[in-house]
Design a protein around this ligand. Structure first.
Ligand code: BES
Ligand code: MN
Ligand code: ZN
Length: 503
């Protein structure tokens, strides 16, 4: 899909379709009003006859509107003007895109970007429109024998800004949003791939490709490297699998001033059977999505490279399967982590924290300014926050606030959860420094507590994305979250870094 930015009156657009909004009840938005004026009241006539109330997400496609240069006008319901916020803006954009794609218009000029949204800038509206459009048009049909051919798909979308002076800022916002959309698309594709294709080796190969395309350095550690280092926890998870584990390390150097990098760590369990603590059969296929943290990190790195952000980022991805088998780790096994701390593995299904802890210790060598890990870590987080917000845990409140703010702007939200020491005692073990599970209560918090024991030497935040990384049911598929949050976090950091340098 191609995007562009433009300013100008709706009636002057020579295009297949112009898109304007209607508030409930039957109130034309300002660009709809200017169309109505030129068209001698044709729109208000249609509203008066009752064809459109303006209910949020409703659409009405009009042909032969007088005195316009466009072939069609698409009216989009916006709901009540007083209630028009972030979600309503996104819903209206999505409804417009879907209708355009399902009807004959292969290109369109959208005026929804000119609607006021409380607390939001023109740049935000442009970026969100582009992101919602890319999301709405995403398909994963590469493994169907006959990909579904769209008859006249939407190919080109022009987003409008009210003033010519806003064009260049709008173009920057659009190009960043497109980089984020591409990163999300990559994350979705990797998540949606079946686990027989998306193995640890496949992820490593894709990381090498992404690195090459984006001018990044990438190294891949194999089993022998992990053994030499002493990554007993990561190796314990990989033991049952016929697929060799990989630790992918990807460097983006955009600051070129040797400044401390942000480290992103993504859980890459390409299939989680639970291991010897085997999961039940129902919906086990969804455990192919257990590498969505890794996918989000790769998508974010690709976006950062496409945006050429002036900061340093290092991505670390422990990739493995979690399988049962004759060599697999058994409940009760005790292993020594790279940090030197020992862990009693009471449940082999709590494998995410085991591969992350060794990767976190490994990250210390890059002297990171901050470390963020992203993981489909606990079913308990899905129970706590559902499919709306990711769980955020941090050992540094300023870092937590930065992550929350990025999620708010990107409409990819996280919720700050407690990490109080009082929860740590649930991880007590009689035989090792700690157990890898903390019992049923507060499952997402004790998982974060486990990780916190490996985050003593840096500022750290943990995003539990178990509830937001994919959708189940009819719309089953990866969401590409939290690429928007992570990209926004890095955009904001790069800006702050540049501002401190300028001072
Ligand atoms: N990958 C799962 C977490 C998960 C489960 C995400 C269901 C989304 C839906 C993780 O490895 C896991 O199995 N966690 C266990 C931990 C438990 C054994 C302490 C869980 O959440 O049940
Ligand atoms: Mn598991
Ligand atoms: Zn898992």
């Amino acid at each position: 899909m191609e995007f562009s930015i433009k300013s100008g009156a709706p009636e002057k657009q020579r295009t297949a379709c112009i898109v304007v909004g209607v508030f409930e009840p039957r109130k034309l938005s300002s660009s709809a009003e200017s169309v109505d004026r030129v068209a001698k009241g044709q729109l208000s006539d249609i509203l008066r006859r009752g064809d459109m109330e303006g209910k949020l997400g409703s659409t009405l496609l009009l042909h032969n509107v007088q005195n316009l240069l466009s072939d069609r006008v698409l009216l989009v319901g916006l709901g009540r003007e007083r209630e028009f916020r972030d979600k309503e803006y996104r819903d209206a954009c999505r409804a417009a895109i879907r209708t355009l794609n399902d009807t004959g218009s292969m290109e369109a000029v959208v005026f929804l970007t000119e609607l006021p949204v409380r607390r939001r800038t023109m740049e935000w509206k442009v970026a969100q429109a582009a992101l919602v459009a890319s999301e709405a048009l995403y398909r994963f049909d590469q493994l169907k024998s006959k990909p579904s051919e769209m008859r006249r798909p939407l190919r080109k979308l022009t987003l409008t800004v009210s003033r010519r002076s806003e064009l260049s800022a709008g173009e920057l916002a659009l190009s960043q949003a497109q980089a984020v959309a591409h990163g999300m698309g990559l994350a979705k594709d990797l998540g949606n791939l079946p686990p027989n294709l998306c193995t640890p080796s496949y992820l490593a190969d894709r990381a090498l490709e992404i690195a090459k395309a984006g001018g990044m350095n990438c190294e891949v550690l194999d089993t022998a490297d992990m053994e030499k280092l002493g990554m007993g926890a990561l190796l314990a998870v990989a033991r049952g699998s016929a697929q060799p584990p990989k630790l992918i390390v990807l460097h983006y150097e955009g600051a070129q001033d040797g400044s401390a990098p942000v480290a992103l760590i993504g859980k890459g369990v390409t299939f989680d059977t639970g291991g010897i603590s085997l999961k039940p059969a129902a919906e086990m296929d969804e455990m192919k999505f257990d590498m969505c943290g890794a996918a989000a990190v790769l998508g974010t790195m690709q976006a950062v490279a496409e945006m050429r952000l002036p900061l340093n980022v290092v991505a670390l991805i422990p990739a493995t399967e979690n399988m049962p088998g004759g060599r697999a780790t058994k409940p009760g096994d005790i292993v020594t982590t790279l940090s030197g701390q020992s862990v009693e593995i009471l449940n082999t299904d709590a494998e995410g924290r085991l591969i992350l802890c060794d990767t976190m210790t490994y990250a210390e060598r890059f002297k990171p300014a901050a470390v963020i890990d992203i993981a489909t870590l606990t079913g308990a987080c899905v129970i706590a926050l559902g499919h709306v917000a990711a769980g955020l845990f941090a050992n540094d409140d300023a870092l937590a606030r930065e992550v929350l703010a990025a999620g708010d702007i990107a409409y990819d939200r996280a919720w700050h959860m407690p990490l109080w020491d009082d929860y740590q005692e649930q991880l007590r073990s009689n035989f090792a420094d700690m157990a890898n599970i903390g019992g049923r209560p507060a499952g997402s918090i004790t998982a974060a507590c486990f990780l916190s024991r490996f985050a003593k030497n840096f500022r750290w935040a943990h995003l539990d994305i178990a509830g937001v990384a994919w959708k189940s049911g009819r719309e089953k598929g990866s969401t590409g979250r939290p690429v928007p949050l992570l990209a926004q976090f890095l955009i904001d950091r790069a800006r702050d870094h540049a501002e401190t340098l300028a001072k």
